[in-house]
Write a protein that binds this ligand. Structure first.
Ligand SMILES: *[C@@H]1O[C@H](CO)[C@@H](O)[C@H](O)[C@H]1NC(C)=O
Ligand SMILES: *[C@@H]1O[C@H](CO)[C@@H](O)[C@H](O)[C@H]1NC(C)=O
Ligand SMILES: *[C@@H]1O[C@H](CO)[C@@H](O)[C@H](O)[C@H]1NC(C)=O
Length: 277
C-alpha cells in the first residue's frame, strides 16, 4: 500500500513537472514528426548541438558517456586506449558512486536469478567469476598518474608489479554475490588471465578481502595460449567435461562471456578502462 502511494505520488509529480517545463521527448529527434511538440522546439538538446570554437568552427568532440555505452554494449571493440578527452570522465566514473552502483545493480540481478534457480544440490553447480575488475578492483592502480585510467598504454611490467603487491580491494557488489552463492550451495570457480606465477599472491589477496572458499582457481599456465575468448572457453569446457554445470558467469570483459560453455546466464560488470579481446 505504502509503495503504491509512493508510485502514485511520483507519477503526479512527474506529470506536474512535464506540464510546467514542457520537455521535448528526445526520441522525437529521431523522427520527422515534431509537429505535436512544436511549442517546445526552442528547448536546447545539448548532445545533438555541435559546439563551436572561437573561429566558429565545429569542435570535434567525444561524448564520453556515449563512448562508455558503446564499450559496455560491445558496439566498440578492440579499442586500445581510453580517449584522452575522456580520462577525467572515466576517472570520476570509476571512483564515484556510479560505478559502484552499476556493479550493485548487476549483483542484485544476479542474486535474484541465483535465488530463483532450482538447484540439484549435487555439488556440481558452479558460478564462474573473472578476477580483475570483477572480483577484485584495480582502481587504485588505474588511478595512478602514470596509468591515468587507461589513457596511457598498458604496461605489463607495471601492472604485474601491482598484482604482486596483492592489495586489490574487492568489488563490493560482486563479493555480495559471491557470499550469496556460497550460502545457496553454488560453488565459485575463478578463471583469470593472471599467470600461474602469481597464484600465491592472488590467493592471499582474494582471501584478505573476503573471498575465502572456491571450488577452483584457474590461472593461465605456460601452455595456455590463444586469445582470452579461446583460453576461457577451453577452461569452461574442461569444467563441463568434468561434470560441472555452469549456472552463472560474471565478468567485466566480453571475452569472459563469449565463446563456448558460457553458462546458463552471463552477467557483465562495467569496465571502461581497458579492452581484452
Ligand atoms: C524464476 O524462475 C521461473 C521458472 O524457471 C522463471 O519463469 C522466472 O522468469 C524466474 N524469475 C527470475 C527473476 O529469474
Ligand atoms: C613499463 O614500466 C616499467 C616499470 O615502471 C618501465 O621501466 C618501462 O620503461 C615501461 N615500459 C614502457 C614501454 O613504457
Ligand atoms: C606444457 O607442455 C609441455 C610440452 O607438452 C609439457 O612438458 C609441460 O609439462 C606442460 N606444462 C604444464 C604446466 O602443463
Amino acid at each position: 500500500m505504502k509503495n503504491i502511494s509512493a508510485v502514485l505520488f511520483l507519477l503526479v509529480a512527474l506529470a506536474a513537472t512535464s506540464h510546467a517545463t514542457c520537455f521535448r521527448n528526445p526520441l522525437r529527434l529521431l523522427t520527422d514528426d515534431q509537429s505535436s511538440h512544436a511549442e517546445c522546439i526552442t528547448s536546447p538538446i545539448h548532445l545533438l548541438r555541435p559546439k563551436s570554437g572561437a573561429g566558429g568552427h565545429n569542435v570535434p568532440q567525444i561524448n564520453c558517456l556515449s563512448w562508455r555505452l558503446a564499450v559496455e554494449t560491445y558496439n566498440l571493440r578492440n579499442w586500445k586506449l581510453v580517449p584522452e578527452s575522456c580520462e577525467n570522465y572515466v576517472g570520476h566514473y570509476m571512483l564515484g558512486k556510479q560505478y559502484r552502483e552499476d556493479c550493485d545493480a548487476v549483483a542484485d540481478i544476479a542474486i535474484a536469478y541465483a535465488k530463483n534457480l532450482t538447484l540439484a544440490g549435487d555439488g556440481k553447480e558452479i558460478w564462474v567469476f573473472d578476477i580483475d575488475e570483477t572480483s577484485l578492483s584495480n582502481a587504485p592502480y588505474y588511478a595512478r598518474s602514470d596509468v591515468q585510467f587507461g589513457a596511457i598504454p598498458y604496461n605489463d611490467t607495471k601492472f604485474n608489479a601491482w598484482v604482486a603487491e596483492g592489495v586489490a580491494p574487492a568489488v563490493p557488489g560482486v563479493l555480495r554475490l559471491y557470499k550469496t552463492l556460497l550460502s545457496l550451495g553454488i560453488k565459485p570457480v575463478f578463471i583469470s588471465g593472471t599467470k600461474e606465477v602469481y597464484r600465491e599472491v592472488r590467493i592471499s589477496n582474494l582471501k584478505n578481502v573476503g573471498y575465502r572458499n572456491w571450488e577452483k582457481l584457474i590461472l593461465k599456465g605456460e601452455n595456455d595460449t590463444g586469445s582470452a575468448v579461446v583460453y576461457k572457453s577451453n577452461k569452461r569446457t574442461e569444467l563441463v567435461e568434468a561434470g560441472y554445470r555452469i549456472v552463472g558467469n560474471i565478468g567485466d570483459q566480453w571475452s569472459d562471456l563469449l565463446g563456448t560453455n558460457v553458462g546458463d546466464r552471463t552477467f557483465k560488470v562495467p569496465d571502461p578502462m581497458y579492452f581484452i579481446g
